[in-house]
Design a protein around this ligand. Structure first.
Ligand code: GDP
Length: 599
């Protein structure tokens, strides 16, 4: 059985050299005389294995394996957007990835994001430690790294600098993320240790090493995935839908398995289901030397074998979107292909956030439309799926509501709640489901729910805030001097609650209100303006000495809570509470000699 080319994608932080590296890879050539080099595909470039073997002939021995793959198909668009939008059933379309990291700058946010995406998709990768030429003192040349990495070529200081950067900027951060990693020449088992290949996209140093290691890794890791199904249908994913002069709407696509033939039928998953059309032409880029007229850019072919990038011209492609899966099959296989494509469309997912809500839809299209509306409003979506609401969805929403109660919601367009999910819903009353068959109505309902939730959360918070109060110790009402001190007080304004801390007019801490009693000598939680009540105070004070009859005491509200009341909850305070707050703020400003206290 023959193997197809593994599909390679380049990821990494902005400006670390992805584009430059791709350009350099595309220029890989063996000498003129031997001929041979890159084959340009639509949206991708193919590097035949012979070319790799020749440019890396000095290090072939390192692999200890015979390379059987026909070459590498490198996707021309770098970055994780391309990587994530190019999908096939069960994961990413790319079989293998090159993570580009500037050896001098080290890991950056998008480096880590790229690794997370690769991890999610279980895509094996190598690290291209780029900009080797910028390591101080490094003598960089367009040769394999292994030939340039020795004391004959490099100054000892440059070698030391290199080792320090390699370790600190590449290997250590990889270790911290849980990967075993090393310079590729020191790696024994490609499947256990992440290979780091130093390169310079500028000089070309290390490119042969990089290509060889990818080929080696692909073969070790992926041999089973790369078996070409020559009898099965051509399977592919749409890169882009493009209008071409003289051809109308065409699709640029990557075919990752099987053989596509002109005249066969293309079965595509579009937002509303499946479209069937007939392949009018399969087009490849015309080599520069055959291009007589720049308008005549493509060369028709009769068949295309995976893996390949190809332009497909067929009628009725209007509603196909980038990322759509497809099959190219003879007429009698259309029904089977439809089922497969449908299953894939259902699995396709919208780009999701680390945390957020769950959305469901009956079709890819409805789900996408709902997601778009929500994203416009800044709503975070953690999971977007075609299908009915399942038990798993409810449990997930419940788990996420623990992180943020506003994430405990599932929005569903034309999706039902499955019976076992209904049962689960009774257990988790904090999970809200908003269903409907009009997108903007779902969004409206959701916004209303959010508003209510936010209010409820706020009132929870408001309840916890220390209420302001100003109280007066009543004459002839000191019932017990200390431990605990008990006296009669009148609430002049505000709300006195148990546990409130008290201070006097000089700012001295008096203690906490332990109990408040009513006329029947029962404990009550609070006393409001005008009430005269006995209270007990927990604190190291003696009534009659530290606190005297007719003294005025204040509830000592923390400044943070004062600010909340001033800015957020003003309209929820009673007038006399507002008065108490004002008096307290004035006191604090005077005591602390700070006119901004409480703002
Ligand atoms: P991308 O954003 O990752 O695609 O990065 P680019 O390929 O656009 O490169 C960003 C900048 O780094 C450009 O100015 C490149 O010329 C430069 N650059 C890329 N690779 C190298 C390299 O190996 N050595 C040096 N000196 N500069 C590089």
């Amino acid at each position: 059985m023959s193997l197809r080319c593994p599909i390679v994608c380049v990821l990494g932080h902005v400006d670390h050299g992805k584009t430059t590296l791709l350009d350099k890879i595309r220029k890989t050539r063996v000498s003129q005389r031997e001929a041979g080099g890159i084959t340009q595909h639509i949206g991708a470039s193919e590097i035949p294995i012979d070319v790799i073997k020749k440019v890396a002939k000095d290090l072939l021995g390192m692999l200890k394996a015979d390379l059987k793959i026909p070459g590498l198909l490198v996707i021309d668009t770098p970055g994780h957007e391309a990587f994530t939008s190019l999908r096939k059933r069960g994961g990413a379309l790319a079989d293998i990835a090159i993570l580009v990291v500037d050896i001098n700058e080290g890991f950056k946010p998008q480096t880590i994001e790229s690794i997370n995406i690769l991890k999610q998709n279980k895509t094996p990768f190598v690290v291209a430690a780029n900009k080797l030429d910028l390591v101080p003192g490094w003598n960089s040349k367009d040769v394999p790294f292994v030939l340039n990495f020795n004391e004959k070529v490099q100054h000892p200081n440059a070698l030391t600098e290199f080792e320090i950067r390699l370790y600190n900027n590449i290997i250590k951060p990889l270790n911290e993320l849980g990967f075993d990693a090393d310079l590729f020449t020191r790696v024994e088992d490609l499947t256990r240790t992440v290979c780091v290949i130093p390169v310079s996209a500028k000089t070309g140093e290390g490119i042969p090493d990089l290509l060889l290691m990818i080929a080696g890794l692909a073969q070790k890791y992926l041999e089973d995935n790369l078996k070409l199904d020559v009898k099965g249908p051509a399977k592919g994913t749409v890169l882009e839908v493009k209008e071409e002069r003289g051809l109308g709407k065409t699709i640029d696509a990557i075919i990752y398995d099987g053989i596509a033939r002109r005249g066969d039928y293309i079965v595509l998953g579009n937002p509303d289901g499946v479209v069937v059309s007939r392949v009018k032409a399969l087009l490849k880029p015309k080599p520069l030397d055959e291009m007589r007229d720049p308008r005549d850019k493509f060369k028709p072919v009769n068949m295309v074998t995976a893996a390949a990038g190809v332009k497909i011209s067929a009628p009725d492609l209007d509603r196909v979107i980038a990322g759509s899966p497809f099959r190219i099959v003879p007429k009698d296989k259309i029904e089977e292909a439809k089922k497969e494509v449908m299953a894939e469309v259902e699995e396709l997912s919208i780009e999701t956030d680390e945390e957020g809500i769950i959305i469901k839809g009956d079709t890819m299209g409805s789900l996408e439309a709902l997601a778009k509306e929500l994203k416009k409003r800044g709503v975070k979506i953690r999971k977007a799926e075609v299908g009915d609401i399942s038990k798993k969805d409810i449990i997930e929403a419940h788990t996420y509501s623990k992180i943020n109660p506003l994430y405990g919601v599932i929005l569903a367009f034309n999706s039902k709640i499955l019976p076992d999910a209904k049962e689960e819903l009774e257990r988790y009353s904090n999970v809200k489901i908003i269903q409907g068959n009009v997108i903007y109505k779902i969004v409206e309902d959701y916004e209303e729910w959010i508003k209510k939730m936010e209010e409820a959360l706020k009132s929870d918070e408001f309840e916890k805030i220390t209420r302001p109060a100003v109280i007066k110790v009543l004459p002839n009402c000191i019932f017990r001097k200390s431990k605990p001190a008990i006296c009669g007080i009148e609430v002049l304004c505000g709300t006195l609650r148990v546990k409130s801390p008290l201070i006097n007019e000089k700012g001295k801490k008096i203690g906490f209100v332990r109990e408040i009693k009513n006329k029947e000598q029962e404990n009550i939680k609070e006393a409001t303006a005008g009430m005269q009540v006995p209270i007990s105070i927990e604190g190291n004070i003696i009534l009659g000495r530290h606190v005297k009859e007719n003294d005025i005491l204040y509830v000592d509200v923390p400044e943070e809570e004062v600010r909340k009341m001033v800015h957020e909850y003003k309209d929820r305070l009673r007038e006399d509470e507002e008065e108490a707050l004002k008096m307290f703020i004035q006191l604090k400003r005077k005591l602390e000699n700070n006119m901004f206290w409480g703002i």
